[in-house]
Design a protein around this ligand. Sequence first.
Ligand code: LFR
Length: 480
Amino acid sequence: TAVKSYAAVDLGASSGRVMVGRVGPDTLELTEAHRFPNRPVQVPEGLRWDILALYAGVLEGLRTAGQIDSVGIDSWAVDYGLLDADGALLGNPVHYRDARTEGIAETVWAKVPAAELYAATGLQYAPFNTLYQLTAAGSTHQLSSAERLLLIPDLLTYWLTGESGTELTNASTTQLIDPRTRDWSYDIAERLGIDLKLFAPLRRPGDPAGLLRPHVLEETGLTGPVPVTTVGSHDTASAVAAVPATGERFAYICTGTWSLAGLELDAPVLTEASRAANFTNELGLDGTVRYLRNIMGLWLLQECVREWGQPDLGDLLSAAAEVAPLRSVVDAGDAAFLTPGRMPARIADACRESGQPVPESPAEVTRCILDSLALAHSRAIGAAQSLADHPVDVVHIVGGGTRNALLCQLTADACGLPVVAGPAEAAALGNVLVQARTHGLVGDRTSMRRLLTRTQPLERYEPRGDTAAWRAAEDRLTRP
Ligand code: LFR
C-alpha cells in the first residue's frame, strides 16, 4: 500500500515516547504508542540516567506500536555509555547535569585555547559537551577499561540490532567534529588525549543501522525483518527537520526542557564574534548547520513546579497571564541555572542582584520565567540574524512549548515578528519523515516541510505593541 508505518523513539530529558507515524503521499499522522517517565537518579557518585528503564520503555513501546516498517531513535545529545571488550555496558551513563565537569574547561583551554577550539569545532561553550565530560572522566577505571563509546541513541540502536555506529548530527555535539569537513577533528582529539578509536564509525541520517535482533522481535511480538533506520539522532536535529517552514527566511525555536533558538544555514559561522555570543554550529540533516543558542527553556519552570509540589500547570499559566508584564527578568541563557534544585530561590536571587523586584508568588515567578524566556528567544534570534547575515520574517516554535500559548505570544511580542507554533511532536515527526524519505515515501527536505504544512495544525501569533519595553528589560539584564 501507499501508506507505511514508522516507529519513532524520542527520548527527552523528562520523558521518553514511542510514536507511530503513518506516512503516505498526502498523509502524515502521528499517534502515541507509549510514553514513560525519564527519571535520572542521584547515586553517591553523582547524577545518572536510568538507561535500563529507558530501554524497557522502548521495548514496551515497540510492543504497543503494532507491525511497523522501520524504527528510528533520537534523544538528547552529548551523553554516552561505555562498553567493555565483550560489548557489555560499563555503569550507568552520566547525566549531562552532573557536577563532574565543574572547573574542567580551564584544563582543556590550557591545552587548546577556547578561541582555537571554537574555530575548529564551532561548538558553543557548554560544560556538558562530550569533550569536557571525557576530560572529566580522565583516568577513571571505567574510561580506561572501555573499548567503545556509544552516544545514547546509538547505544539503544546497538542493543536493538547488535550494530554500532556514531550518528553524525549527534556526534556534532561532542565538540570533536569539524563542521566544515563534517568529519572528526583529529587534531583537537589528539591534543586533548581523547582516543577517537573509542567511537564507532560515523553514520548519517538515512543509513541502515541493522535489523531488530531475534530476541527483540520475540520480546515485542513484531514480525521480522524490521530495520532500524538512522535518523537525525540528536532530538534537536530531528525537530529542526520538522520545522514547517515555507521559505528560507525563518528562525526556529525548539522548545522543551531546553529552548534551542537559531537558524538553519548552509555553512558554519566560526567568527570570534559568534564565539563571544556563544552560538553553536551543530550539524543537521543533509549537511545543514544548526546555528543556535541553548537557552535554559522550560526547565526553569519544571524545576519550580517540582519545588511547589506539582500544582496544576493550566491554573499557574492563567494566573501568570494576569501578572504585570516584564516586572523582572533573568538571563535565561545563564549556565548558573543548569543544575537542579532551589529554582524559585535562585531566580529570586538573580532578580535581587540585578536590582529588580523579587517575584514572590508562584504566578509571579512563572511570569518572570516566561518573560525571561521570550526575551532570551528574541535576543538569540536577533543576534543569529546579524552574526550569520541571514534575515528572517517569521519565527517557528516547535516542541512542547507550543502548548504554552502565553510563551508563544510573548515570544512574538519580544521578537516583533509573527510566530508560527507547531508541531508539538516535532522531533518524532522529523524522525518519522527521515525514515519515510529513506524508504522512498517522501522527497527532499522541502517536500518533507510541505507535507508538514499540509497536514499539521499550526497556530499563528502576531506581535503586539512595539518592542521598546522588551529592549528596556534587556538593558536591565546587561547593565554592568
Ligand atoms: C535538547 C538537547 C539540546 C542539547 C541538550 C543536552 O533535548 O538535545 O539540543 O544541548 O538537550 O543534550
